[in-house]
Design a protein around this ligand. Structure first.
Ligand code: PLP
Length: 353
């Protein structure tokens, strides 16, 4: 027998969540599958999302893998190419590339072939991470329009505040002003903007986290948005003990019992991708009932309070997140966001689909 931990990926939930995107927006859907589809497995997730109109990711090798698996949709490289050596691959596999820097334009201009590249020109509308500044945009647009290698241009930007106040208004209006004179397709919206800012949908929306069943908002649950969890991380109790008032649990003795307690040890630790920063009190399900962690998370194990769960015993099923245990609740208790937890699922955890 191996360790009882496993991640179950419910592919039908991905399809459900894509339908939620479709209900929210009539724009074409560029499904974001970067970071191994947010930890869910690139090819399997793409297969479940095969109704999407395109796929977006970072690594050209992953893009090639998608093409070779038979996907015919546009495949967008969200950070574009990282050297001129990648350009022949883009042409060969008909990959769409973001262009966000002068360096990339220079590489493109030095590239001799007329290869009909599709590019997404990224405008920095306030995130200040990638993209051309407003004052650079007109000249860049001219250079791309007259470029022999460029077949079509889509205009894009990315929001910093789609999920919270004051929202996208400033970035959206800058983008609209800049691009008003160009009859070109547009793309702006991530999950939060898809759900809260319909005016930003443009021609292509770019959902990521909502496809994986998590809420992009701190104050609205995934369930309330009609999203279903895709990844369920579960394990079992491998030890159960009684402790007395004053006894401590785990490294650093950070948790000390105020009265007699029943403590369970779960086969799941930070080497599985469970966040070490999850403080005592982080929610967890044991036999379908909600309880919480106690003490520090260690590499391969964590401890839970079973004082109110007299039936729990060695072998009881524990759900760390997913079905019945919203990952957003776990992330909040650990001072992070669901994105980080999903992406950090460790390769040693067996995945069942
Ligand atoms: C990751 C990413 C997205 C998806 O964002 P979510 O918040 O996961 O929906 C969209 N656009 C770009 C440029 C991204 O990098």
């Amino acid at each position: 027998m191996s360790r009882p931990i496993q991640a179950h990926i419910e592919l039908s939930a991905l399809r459900n969540n894509l339908r939620v995107v479709r209900r929210a927006s009539s724009a074409r859907v560029m499904a974001v599958v970067k970071a191994n589809a947010y930890g869910h497995g690139l090819l399997q997730a793409a297969e479940a999302l095969s109704d999407a109109d395109g796929f977006a990711l970072l690594d050209v090798r992953d893009a090639v893998a998608l093409r070779e698996a038979g996907f015919r949709q546009p495949i967008l490289l969200l950070e574009g190419f990282f050297s001129r050596d990648e350009l022949p691959l883009l042409a060969e596999y008909e990959l769409t590339t973001v262009i966000h820097s002068q360096q990339q334009i220079e590489w493109l201009e030095a590239y001799p072939r007329r290869n009909g590249l599709a590019v997404w020109l990224k405008i920095n509308s306030g995130m200040n991470r990638l993209g051309f500044a407003a004052q650079e945009f007109p000249a860049v647009m001219e250079r791309l329009k007259s470029h022999r290698a460029v077949r079509e241009v889509t205009l894009m930007t990315h929001f910093a505040l789609a999920d919270e106040a004051p929202g996208v208004a400033t970035q959206l209006s800058l983008f609209e002003q800049l691009t008003a004179n160009h009859r070109l397709p547009r793309s702006l919206a991530n999950s939060a903007a898809i759900l809260h800012h319909p005016a930003s949908h443009g021609d292509w929306v770019r959902p990521g986290i909502m496809l994986y069943g998590s809420s992009p908002f701190a104050d609205v649950s995934a369930e309330a948005l009609g999203l279903q969890p895709v990844m369920t991380l579960s394990s079992e109790l491998i030890s159960v003990r009684e402790i007395k008032a004053g006894d401590a649990v785990g490294y650093g003795a950070t948790f000390r019992a105020g009265q007699a307690m029943r403590i369970g040890t779960v086969a799941c630790g930070y080497a599985d991708g469970y966040p070490r920063h999850a403080a005592s009190g982080t929610p967890v399900l044991v036999d379908g009932k909600r309880t919480h962690t106690v003490g520090r998370v260690s590499m391969d194990m964590l401890s839970v309070d079973l004082s109110d769960l007299p039936e729990a015993r060695v072998g009881s099923r524990v759900v760390l997140w997913g079905e019945g245990m919203p990952i957003d609740d776990v992330a909040r208790a650990a001072g992070t966001i669901s994105y980080e937890l999903l992406c950090a699922l460790a390769p040693r955890v067996p995945v069942r689909r």
